[in-house]
Design a binder for this molecule. Structure first.
Ligand SMILES: [Zn+2]
Length: 97
């Protein structure tokens, strides 16, 4: 079973979390890109094999958004950080996208 080490609460099963999507996917700029760009953003998703940066929210714990690097082939979690503290992050969790 996938387990994620929350920086605040400790290691917990994935069932305590809500998946928040691809952390590297960027929303089209307001007023730019047209309907095709929004269609692609909302409905087209990559299906990577290997390390993947993703958002998870600890909904049954501290409710913080986390940035998790998870290998999609093995479910091994390599890194976990609070999304607000993650290096290179220019936004918070998916609720603020
Ligand atoms: Zn937590």
């Amino acid at each position: 079973m996938l387990r994620i080490e929350c920086p605040l609460c400790g290691e917990r099963p994935y069932t305590e979390y809500r998946y928040g999507g691809d952390a590297d996917k960027r929303r089209p700029m307001h007023g730019a890109g047209g309907i095709e760009a929004w269609h692609d953003h909302l409905f087209l998703f990559d299906n990577p094999k290997g390390p993947h940066r993703e958002f998870w929210q600890h909904v049954q714990g501290c409710r913080q958004w986390l940035l998790v690097v998870r290998d999609t082939a093995t479910n091994i979690v390599a890194e976990v950080a609070l999304a607000r503290d993650a290096r290179g992050m220019d936004r918070q969790g998916p609720g603020e996208r």
